[in-house]
Design a protein around this ligand. Structure first.
Ligand code: PLP
Length: 398
């Protein structure tokens, strides 16, 4: 018989977590088990695109759960067919494979590119990726990522991911050889600190990949489903990639992800790809509800407008406190703090009931719900202002 230990001890300790438990969420707010309320500008890392616990998601879950949970991925089900149809109608892609996490969708994209290389490119398998990229935490997606901290983990890595520099076309050109099958990138590198690929770079990259017969894979796990003010971020550049992955926002808080490809590139053969929960109706019903909401008239325009408001408020705050630039698009923005104070800032904001994210020691990343209100933004800016003032005063004294 095991004796009771600390209440958190039975969970693997995979990251530093504050010693509180969240029990409820509504829109832009979360409550912990002591009743304390937090204003959430992380939203599960850009996952809850419609905020916490929106009624349309609980209704979709309840309705679908009364009908059918999982027949088996070896049979068709209505929500996955409908969601695949809706996604392909609204994009340049023709076919979809549904997965449970972003990493799994990206793993699928890597496999699809390798299968394509096998069939059409004489066994080419290398996928050019980028310094600073983040594609997930499976072995292949860690290998494809350009996150410095991953370089020494879980060796040996999966081979075949030479790295170029974002917004530097020549660095891509130099890596192309007869083994190259694809180039893979995030339209905005989120985990690296919100670094956008320029529209010009994306267009040139599309030309370059076409000229060499290479696939262009966009990882829109963080940027997709309206986050940047268009349904997909690559649409700002007016390009048509061959493969796209979605995650986070498409499930609005439930585990749903997708791998999309054009018809010619959809070349998996039976046995290549699968997974027990792929395309399960419960999650796909939620995906449909989310996509319908994001597709309502004026929704994306309001993301753009709200993003511009958040950006201008951050710029005013930056000027007031002598901070750096504001980067990003729509409601995926970063504030350069110019000093490595992000961890301290996030900790103090947390105490004050404000949830913020710091992807780098000197950078804050803002990724609120897409329906965040101006009043909630003003409340966040007020809280951030107070914390910055306190930290600034403490640094002056020190
Ligand atoms: N790709 C990008 C661009 C991401 O931002 C993330 C997660 O942060 C992933 C892939 C991995 O997604 P998941 O954590 O759902 O596996």
């Amino acid at each position: 018989m095991k004796t009771a230990t600390h209440r958190f001890d039975a969970l693997m300790d995979i990251t530093a977590r504050p010693p509180i438990v969240f029990v409820r969420g509504e829109g832009s707010y979360l409550w912990d088990d002591s009743g304390k309320r937090y204003l959430d500008f992380m939203q599960g890392w850009a996952v809850n695109c419609l905020g916490h616990a929106p009624a349309l998601i609980s209704e979709a879950l309840a309705a679908q759960s009364r009908l059918l949970l999982t027949p088996s991925p070896a049979f068709y089900n209505a929500p996955s067919l409908e969601l695949a149809k809706a996604l392909t109608y609204q994009s340049c892609f023709d076919q979809v494979f549904f997965a449970n996490s972003g990493a799994e969708a990206n793993e699928g994209a890597i496999k699809l590119a390798r299968r394509y290389g096998d069939i059409f490119r004489g066994g080419a398998f290398e996928i050019i990726t980028f310094d600073g990229a983040f594609h997930g935490r499976t072995l292949a997606t860690m290998s494809a990522s350009g996150k410095k901290a991953f370089d020494v983990l879980f060796e040996p890595k999966v081979p075949g991911f030479p790295r170029a520099q974002l917004n530097d076309l020549e660095s891509v050109q130099r890596l192309i050889n007869s083994n190259t099958v694809a180039v893979m990138l995030e339209p905005i590198q989120g985990e690296a600190g919100v670094w956008p690929a320029s529209d010009l770079f994306l267009r040139k990259l599309r030309e370059l990949t076409r000229a060499h017969g290479l696939l262009l894979i966009v990882d829109e796990i963080q940027t997709g489903i309206g986050r940047t003010g268009k349904l997909f971020a690559h649409q700002h550049a007016g390009i048509e990639p061959d493969i796209m992955t979605l995650g986070k926002g498409i499930g609005g808080g439930v585990p749903l992800a997708a791998l999309l490809a054009t018809r010619h590139v959809s070349c998996f053969v039976h046995g290549d790809q699968g997974g027990t929960y792929n395309g399960n109706p419960l999650m796909c019903a939620v995906g449909l509800a989310v996509l319908r909401e994001v597709g309502t008239v004026g929704f994306l325009k309001s993301v753009t407008d709200t993003g511009l408001y958040l950006e201008s408020e951050l710029q005013r705050l930056s000027a007031r406190h002598g901070l750096g630039e504001v980067r990003g698009k729509g409601l995926l923005l970063a504030l350069d703090l110019k000093l490595p104070i992000a961890a301290e800032l996030v900790a103090q904001a947390f105490e004050a009931g404000l949830l913020l994210n710091a992807p780098r020691p000197d950078t804050l990343r803002l990724m609120p719900a897409l329906n965040v209100t101006h009043a909630e933004i003003a409340e966040m800016i007020d809280g951030l202002d107070r914390v910055l003032t306190r930290i600034g005063a403490a640094r002056c004294v020190a």
